[in-house]
Design a protein around this ligand. Structure first.
Ligand code: FES
Length: 351
């Protein structure tokens, strides 16, 4: 599942962020071709301890049959073990273990008018979406509304400016800086729900947007989602990916009393097993005790890597920042957040 890939380039983007490019050998090209919006899970071992993190791919998607473009954006997180390593130590030629692209926050190129509201490093997957869309679909349009603290801390400034130069009529860029005055005429300050409710209709024909992509910290994504709801946008047109969960109540999906003894049957890569669930552990932890290949990255309900289908039984999730309502309604859960609510639970990681 993880493949060792050499680092082909490390580019400093800002004082606290880099873009890392991986080289992919020809035999893995097919596996590592991404759809705009997807991310990569990376892992390394420190003193025998495994550290995994997911980072979104910023490069435009390759054409069918083309070589993969694996470039991810990494911003330093306070106390973040992987991001500190990436910024301070990672160098060209180092080998990192990388999982093939995954994620369902996607914009495959298609005709239409699309918009994104992003904060901070939330630009990363959206840059791949906008660049791929504008290059491949001559009739498509994209409006990017981005929020950052200051111009100096803004990731991919040049890449976004380049899109504007290349597609002046089809790419609209609106930047809001929270801690710095700017020349665009927009006042500084946070992009919250109230501000977006006024700003969006002034910028765009809101009811003609075919897809909205919200990406960044929890607070920003939630604010943008409420603004779109207040403006009457159909929920099915709104897609979101949360990068950091700041303070705030976690959305709880289901609550049910835990059975005293529960067992879990899980299917993974076509092989099944049944194990007792220890008290308090998540269903992912139950599987990991016997199957080290169980998929996960954040273990925090954010990345969606551990998504599994509930075949039988019921589970309760502590929190869910990754699955769309349609996915939970269809029976998918995040194994890292799930606990048994019935004596027997069966999960399928392959669906
Ligand atoms: S491992 Fe990231 S949501 Fe479960």
């Amino acid at each position: 599942m993880f493949h060792p890939l050499p680092v082909g380039a490390v580019d400093q983007l800002t004082d606290d962020s880099v873009a890392v490019t991986f080289d992919v050998p020809p035999e893995l090209h097919e596996l590592f071709r991404h759809t705009p919006g997807q991310h990569l899970a990376l892992r390394r071992f420190v003193d025998g301890r495994e550290i995994r993190r997911t980072y979104s791919i910023c490069a435009p998607a390759p054409a069918a049959g083309g070589a993969p473009a694996l470039r991810v954006g990494i911003r330093l997180v306070d106390g973040g073990e992987f991001s500190t390593f990436a910024l301070k130590e990672l160098a060209v030629g180092d080998v990192v273990e990388v999982m093939p692209p995954m994620g369902r926050f996607l914009l495959p190129p298609r005709p239409g008018y699309f918009a994104a509201v992003v904060g901070g490093s939330g630009i990363t997957p959206v840059l791949s979406m906008a660049a791929t869309l504008l290059a491949r679909e001559p009739g498509a349009r994209f409006c990017l509304i981005r929020s950052d603290r200051t111009a100096a801390s803004t990731m991919f400034l040049d890449e976004v400016a380049d899109l504007k130069d290349r597609h002046p009529d089809r790419f609209q860029l609106v930047t809001v800086l929270s801690r710095e005055e700017q020349q665009s005429g927009l006042p500084s300050g946070r992009l919250d729900a109230g501000r977006l409710t006024t700003l969006l209709p002034a910028l765009l024909p809101v009811d003609r947007i075919d897809g909205w992509f919200l990406c960044g910290p929890f607070g920003l994504v939630q604010g943008a989602e409420s603004a779109l709801r207040a403006l009457g946008v159909d929920r099915a047109r709104v897609h979101q990916e949360i990068f950091h969960v700041d303070e705030g109540p976690a959305p709880v999906v289901a609550r049910a009393a835990a059975p005293a003894h529960a067992s879990l049957t899980a299917t993974l890569d076509g092989r099944s097993g049944t194990w007792p669930v220890r008290e308090g552990e998540s269903l992912l932890e139950t599987v990991l005790r016997s199957r080290a290949d169980a998929p996960y990255a954040c273990k925090g309900g954010v990345c969606g890597t551990c998504r599994a289908f509930v075949v039988t039984g019921e589970v309760r999730m502590d929190r869910n920042f990754a699955l769309e309502p349609e996915e939970t309604e269809a029976g998918y859960v995040l194994a890292c957040q799930s606990h048994p609510a019935t004596a027997e639970v069966e999960l399928d990681f392959d669906r």
